[in-house]
Design a protein around this ligand. Structure first.
Ligand code: SF4
Length: 225
């Protein structure tokens, strides 16, 4: 850790700027899992279009499992990477069927976080971020998903060790923030990453975390500020 910023400062400053995120309706585990696979490397809008098309095309997940993979690929085309994502979705549905007739992996929320995470990571195409999203958004199990925005912001703030990869970043974030704040802070860091702490030309002068940000304090020295 290369910073003195506290988890409370981050939560409170982001809350002042973005508010407390609204409550959302929890989806069944299988729905959330497929939604998260669709969200990889695309925008929320395209993910939602692909998900809606998928649900329109198939009455049940079992229908999608039994259906032709080319049809499935076509349905999810708005999300991009159709050939890869359709195969992953089929494999996940197959596993869901084997585990309990496509009723979803609904016993996950009765497991410990470690066991539920290990199970999710054993599924095809599921990495640490997808597993954490499913745990947090569908199972109500505290987990801190680290997507590209969270990884960038946490890195710039100085929360991550040098050369930390995404998997390590999940461990760091889960240790750093209190479990009760995971959801709010995760969602508000994403908002910060999209609007202020952008990949290029971050707007540090508008950032509520700038006073204790490692990236900004180094940059100020370099530019003589
Ligand atoms: S001060 Fe700049 S680099 Fe630091 S978190 Fe804010 S926008 Fe990102």
């Amino acid at each position: 850790m290369q910073t003195s910023i506290t988890p409370t400062t981050i939560r409170n400053q982001l809350r002042k700027k973005f508010g407390i995120p609204k409550k959302w309706t929890r989806r069944p585990v299988l729905d959330e899992l497929i939604m998260t696979v669709l969200s990889q490397n695309t925008t929320d809008v395209n993910r939602d279009r692909a998900y809606a098309a998928l649900r329109n095309r198939y009455g049940t997940w079992e229908d999608a499992l039994r259906g032709n993979i080319k049809d499935l690929e076509e349905a999810i085309s708005p999300a991009g990477l159709g050939p890869t994502k359709s195969v992953r979705i089929k494999q996940i549905l197959k596993r869901a069927w084997e585990e309990g007739n496509c009723s979803g992996f609904d016993n996950l929320n009765t497991m410990s976080r470690d066991d539920a995470r290990s199970f999710l990571l054993s599924l095809p195409g599921v990495g640490p971020k997808t597993a954490a999203c499913v745990l947090l958004f569908a199972c109500g199990i505290p987990a801190f998903p680290v997507d590209t925005h969270v990884f960038r912001v946490c890195g710039r703030l100085g929360l991550l060790p040098e050369n930390a990869d995404r998997a390590k970043a999940h461990d760091v974030a889960e240790e750093f923030f209190p479990e009760a704040d995971y959801l709010e802070v995760h969602l508000n860091i994403i908002k910060l990453g999209r609007t202020v702490c952008r990949p290029t030309h971050p707007r540090c002068s508008e950032c509520p975390l700038s006073e204790e940000c490692t990236y900004w304090s180094k940059l100020k020295v370099e530019i003589g500020g």
